[in-house]
Design a protein around this ligand. Structure first.
Ligand SMILES: [Zn+2]
Length: 317
């Protein structure tokens, strides 16, 4: 099955991407030169990638940086057909209001709707997560709360009170799980954090009962195939469990995670999924419809996206 030549015009939602991880290599070089910091480029698993990501994060400290990240993400996302994006960002501990700046830059976009997910790291003190939640309070553009960082050895349970308070404030729960740790980590994310969407979740295939529940409840799995390959979650794309998840009836969609570091882009992720799943035109449309369903967009916006996706599917490619 070949990739539709007009795949870029298929309307999509991107719901698993880290704003700091979208930084273009050329932009990162500029930020490094400005700060005098260097960022290692070699990584092979989640812990080594987190070290790289943290160094890059440390270069983004000047007013203007977060606005630029949002603008450059949108410049890349719009031509790939992204109509709606939820960008996870981690602004706690910054010397100025990066979140406000990101929201302002997003509000100027005309061809894409950008919302944010308040990101938290499992290995940082809980106080930082509370600060992030406080920063997000009364910012309507922040629609969710996330949890990332080293998964193995850092179970989510300590973050349960932060997530409970976030949900009381109307935020949706979208933690990472089932990437560097197995099915038990996904179970904890569902139980302790009331996860409404799992970022990755690919290791749900390791537990039949868990996968059955995820399918039954249609908990979205926001999967990033190239990320899984680059971080050693899978040994080869051919070995990726996407097909097993899809065949089981899970609500899977594909995303870029940290495209600035993984050398990936969203159309490439769709093409990879197309190969793994033998997608025809309707199949690509279903994948995009899943991305809209996985989002925390309001119902009217989701319906609009689904209509546009349906129109694309019924067009001749
Ligand atoms: Zn991620």
């Amino acid at each position: 099955m070949s990739v539709p030549p007009d795949l870029a015009t298929l309307p999509k939602a991107e719901v698993h991407v880290h704003l700091e991880g979208t930084v273009r290599p050329t932009t990162l070089e500029e930020l490094c030169n400005r700060t005098g910091l260097s960022v290692p480029r070699a990584f092979s698993d989640l812990p080594s990638f987190i070290a790289v990501f943290s160094c890059a994060w440390a270069t983004m400290t000047t007013p203007g940086d977060y606005g630029r990240l949002v603008r450059e993400y949108c410049e890349d996302a719009v031509p790939a057909g992204v109509r709606y994006a939820e960008l996870e960002l981690t602004t706690s501990g910054r010397p100025y209001d990066c979140l406000g700046e990101a929201v302002e830059a997003a509000s100027r976009q005309r061809d894409i709707i950008v919302r944010f997910v308040a990101g938290n790291a499992r290995d940082l003190p809980l106080e930082i997560a509370w600060m992030m939640l406080e920063a997000a309070r009364d910012v309507p553009e922040v629609v969710g709360i996330g949890l990332g960082g080293p998964e193995e050895g850092f179970p989510p349970e300590p973050f349960a009170p932060v997530f409970a308070e976030a949900r009381r404030q109307g935020l949706h729960s979208a933690p990472h799980a089932g990437e560097a740790a197995g099915a038990a980590s996904i179970r904890s994310a569902l139980d302790a954090l009331a996860a409404e969407r799992i970022q990755h979740g690919v290791r749900a295939v390791e537990d039949f009962a868990l996968l059955a529940e995820i399918v039954e409840r249609q908990v979205p799995l926001a999967v990033c195939p190239t990320s899984n390959l680059r971080l050693g979650v899978v040994s080869a794309l051919d070995a990726h469990p996407l097909r097993r998840l899809w065949d089981a009836g899970a609500l899977v969609s594909v995303h870029t995670d940290n495209p600035g570091f993984f050398g990936s882009d969203l159309l490439g992720e769709y093409a990879i999924a197309g190969g793994l799943l033998d997608l025809d035109r309707r199949g690509y449309a279903r994948l995009a419809a899943n991305s809209a369903a996985a989002s925390f967009a309001p119902a009217a916006l989701k319906a609009e996206l689904l209509d546009a996706i349906h129109d694309w599917a019924t067009k001749r490619g």
